[in-house]
Design a protein around this ligand. Structure first.
Ligand code: ATP
Length: 841
């Protein structure tokens, strides 16, 4: 198979070429990649039951996520209902028109696996039959049909030569699908031919059926595999190329190249569940697609380097991406929610691709006659140019030219002497004159020498003037350099000190400061002062924190002691209460001589030791009731009524029993509880009058107040009677005494139990207090810990950031000084050089 080499002419007049052909998409050569998106319908049950995530809006240009989060605009957005014909009308047809106009045109189908790329490019039946149903045919067969239709309809005499090639890139290896036994094709680049795939076959095709047969044959050789996402998944990128050569009536030629690419689909390995060989394929596919993405990114951002060589796919598509080509990207997608991530990523890729710009040119070859005419025209132009030079007597002097030019010349001459000396030799103007006649050459030489002499004279003057003005400047510069060097030295010392100080702070070790003559330098002093100030600040802060810590501690101790004293007070109060009650009991027991006789032993043996056991104190005969109690000591109350008698008799007044008094009112005291059942007092004559009643309450509290009579205790007393009623019917004093004594015994037992209870309650209360004290202590300790941690962090932060700041402050003037010193040094060197060159002259 022979191949014709086609030279591309960059500035072909478009009108001449396009007059007999359909109009191209843009009259300008720079076009951006056109991007269209096509949504395929839901093809399986899973998808049909799934929600929709993305859809094409009715304006046929926008794609939006259903929740409204994303919206993308493209040249065209095809909804699921779009037919193959709709897609071809908007995607394939314009590209084919461009190709027939002599441009290179490419359609790239991109998208995730199973998104409908192969369906769109070839159609569902292209592989299985050479006569697929026309309505199902994809872009490739339709493009072929359009080309042949154009040929048939063409009125002008034009000779068409159509050839097609079909190749795949499988696992980074290129294979000819029309010659499957030839493997490992390679991309080559020649200056005249540009990029091409070496060894790729080109089949002549004469009708659309031929193309369909080529497609079917190629697709059968294409590597496909079964994955979970697609039962017929393409495992390679396929590239179909239709070369359309047109020989026009005047002998010139146009060459259009239609490249139709069905890329393998990107896939998530986790989703496609591929293993073994299919997994390897998936890796390569994703890898080459990511290389494609990088190329698109580089082109979109107009980076100087585009990584075409990263993969075979991008290398072979180099022309379509950013080169001499009009390119359309067809992004196939599924709108189902389960593919939302992949669709979003494809849409983002598509958006980036919109920014890629190509420079498309018509591929035009002049006919031999046209070339001869062009050569003759150029020769004529050259001759007239030569004549004009001779007429002018050589190369014109700059002074005679326009003022702008003269100014520029002056400026050039005022540049450095080195450039001046070379100018006359390397100037392209003189190089052109070299090709002129000998006279012109001589004239040019003469003029150039004159110009050079003038230049040298001017330069001499300039240098003399410079010497006079620059010598003092040089001296000043030297002085400045010396000063700067000194300052630099001092700065370096300061810097060393800063570093040492920092190191010492980090290690916690005192590092001796460097000493030297620069110690007295102002900068260093300033630095030292700053560091001292910083250290003081840090110390002050740490003292402040320590102080706070101590305050916290003392506060917590104060709280603790307060709690302890409260607890002690409570204990004391309880103890006093117990003592008081004991003394009351002792008073009660002493009411009758018989009882006293008995209780002389028994009150110590029964109540006393028991209470002593509980309270740990010895019962005393008479103890005042603790002040905080509401009720007043009954003994005092009794004493209020018959204080003299009570004092005279020196007998402790028992609680609840009115002492026998010869005159005056007898106060009654009620006892609540079981005592009621034992002693049922009625209005009966007796030595001691006691009315006892109760509500059955067993709290054991004694109510000396008359105010409680109504609801709890009824106390009646015979104020006028000398002989009080006794709670016993018997007149026998012994029996009376027994009854009374039994009542006291019960009462004492009751009191004992109550005291035990009280003791236990107080113990519980004290435990509670201890517990809450402990909790409080824990809270205080937590707060202290937090404070300490805060302090530590803040001190560290403050130190670090202040040190950083200080270092930065110290370094920035250093850098500025260094730069200034260097500049001055350079200037001084320049001056020195000039002076020495002047001296040499
Ligand atoms: N527009 C459409 N209308 C009806 N069915 C479609 C359409 N697009 C795709 N399909 C069906 O979806 C399935 C997948 O399509 P296709 O093989 O073209 O996907 P693909 O992108 O080429 O996948 P892969 O990258 O894995 O090769 C096929 O069964 C195909 O017939």
């Amino acid at each position: 198979m022979s191949e014709r080499l086609v030279a591309r002419h960059p500035e072909l007049p478009a009108t001449a070429l396009e007059s007999s052909s359909p109009q191209p998409r843009s009259s300008r050569n720079t076009t951006s990649v056109q991007v269209v998106v096509r949504f395929r319908p839901q093809v399986n049950e899973d998808e049909q039951q799934d929600r929709t995530a993305f859809w094409a809006l009715p304006n046929e240009r926008s794609v939006q996520s259903v929740d409204g989060t994303y919206c993308f605009d493209f040249m065209r957005a095809f909804a699921e209902a779009a037919t193959q014909e709709d897609v071809f009308e908007h995607v394939g047809k314009p590209v084919v028109s461009d190709v027939l106009n002599g441009y290179n045109g490419t359609v790239l189908a991109y998208g995730q696996t199973s998104s409908g790329k192969t369906y769109s490019m070839f159609g569902p039946e292209s592989e299985t039959t050479t006569t697929p149903r026309p309505e199902l045919q994809g872009i490739v067969p339709r493009a072929a049909r359009q080309v042949f239709q154009h040929i048939e309809e063409s009125l002008e005499y034009t000779e068409f030569t159509l050839r097609c090639s079909f190749m795949e890139v499988y696992k980074e290896k290129m294979k000819d699908l029309l010659r499957p036994n030839i493997e490992a094709l390679r991309v080559k680049e020649l200056p005249q031919r540009g990029l091409f795939v070496d060894g790729l076959s080109r089949e002549y095709v004469t009708c659309a059926a031929d193309v369909q047969a080529v497609i079917a044959a190629g697709l059968r050789s294409r590597v496909v595999g079964k994955t979970r996402c697609n039962l017929h998944s393409s495992r390679s990128h396929v590239i179909f190329v239709l070369h359309v050569e047109q020989s026009l009536p005047q002998g010139e030629e146009k060459l259009g190249k239609l490249t139709l690419v069905d890329l393998a689909g990107s896939e998530k390995v986790s989703k496609s569940e591929c293993v073994g060989e299919t997994l390897e394929e998936a890796k390569k596919i994703n890898w080459s697609l990511s290389a494609l993405g990088k190329v698109i990114d580089a082109l979109a951002e107009q980076r100087p380097h585009v990584p075409y060589r990263d993969s075979q796919l991008t290398r072979v598509l180099q022309e379509a991406l950013g080169g001499n080509c009009r390119t359309t990207l067809l992004v196939a997608a599924s709108g189902a929610q389960q593919h939302a991530d992949e669709t979003l990523s494809s849409l983002r890729f598509a958006t980036r691709a919109k920014s890629v710009r190509n420079v498309a040119k018509v591929n035009y070859t002049y006919s031999p006659e046209q070339l001869l005419l062009l050569v003759a025209k150029l020769q004529k132009q050259l001759a007239s140019a030569h004549e004009h030079i001779v007429e002018l007597g050589g190369f014109p002097r700059p002074a005679e030219e326009s003022p702008t030019h003269a100014e520029m010349w002056e400026r050039t001459h005022r540049s450095s002497s080195a450039r001046l000396s070379k100018r006359s030799v390397s100037s392209p103007k003189f190089a052109i004159s070299d090709e002129a006649s000998p006279t012109a050459k001589f004239a040019k030489d003469l003029k150039s020498r004159e110009a050079e002499e003038d230049d040298l004279e001017a330069e001499d003057d300039r240098l003399l003037y410079n010497e006079a003005t620059l010598t003092p400047l040089l001296a000043a510069a030297r002085r400045a350099i010396a000063n700067f060097e000194e300052t630099l030295l001092a700065q370096e010392k300061s810097l060393t000190e800063v570093r040492l100080l920092r190191a010492s702070r980090e290690d916690g070790v005192a590092v001796p400061r460097p000493s030297g003559p620069s110690e007295s330098g102002e900068e260093q002093d300033l630095m030292s002062e700053r560091f001292r100030a910083l250290q003081h600040a840090v110390n002050a802060r740490s003292y402040k924190w320590r102080l706070q810590l101590e305050e916290f501690r003392s506060e917590s101790l104060a709280m603790e002691s307060q709690m302890r004293s409260t607890f002690a007070q409570d204990l004391e109060r309880a103890l006093a209460e117990a003592r008081w009650k004991l003394s009351e009991l002792q008073d009660t027991e002493a009411i009758s001589p018989r009882a006293e006789a008995l209780s002389g032993e028994s009150k110590r043996s029964r109540a006393g030791p028991k209470l002593d056991g509980i309270l740990g104190v010895a019962a005393k005969p008479k103890i005042a009731r603790p002040v905080p109690r509401k009720h007043v000591s009954p003994s005092k109350r009794l004493a209020a009524g018959s204080s003299k008698e009570a004092k005279q008799s020196q007998v402790p007044t028992p609680r609840g029993v009115a002492p026998r008094t010869p005159a005056g009112p007898t106060r009654g005291v009620a006892l609540r509880g079981s005592f009621q059942r034992t002693v049922e007092a009625k209005s009966q004559p007796a030595e001691d009058v006691l009315w006892v009643a109760g509500t059955g309450d067993t709290s054991g509290e004694i109510f000396p107040e008359h105010g409680h009579q109504e609801d709890t205790v009824a106390v009646q007393r015979e104020a006028s009677s000398e002989t009080p009623e006794v709670p016993c019917k018997s007149e026998d004093p012994q029996q009376k005494y027994d009854a009374l004594h039994t009542g006291f015994q019960h009462h004492q037992e009751l009191l004992e139990t109550q005291r035990k209870l009280r003791g236990l309650t107080q113990q519980i209360h004290s435990k509670d207090l201890q517990l809450s004290a402990l909790r409080h202590e824990i809270r205080i300790k937590d707060a202290l810990l937090g404070c300490l941690q805060d302090e530590e962090r803040r001190v560290l932060e403050v130190n670090d950031s202040e040190l950083e700041m200080l270092l930065e402050k110290a370094l920035s003037p250093l850098a500025a000084i260094l730069t200034r010193a260097r500049t001055t040094h350079r200037a001084a060197q320049d001056v020195e050089r000039q002076v020495s060159s002047l001296s040499a002259r």
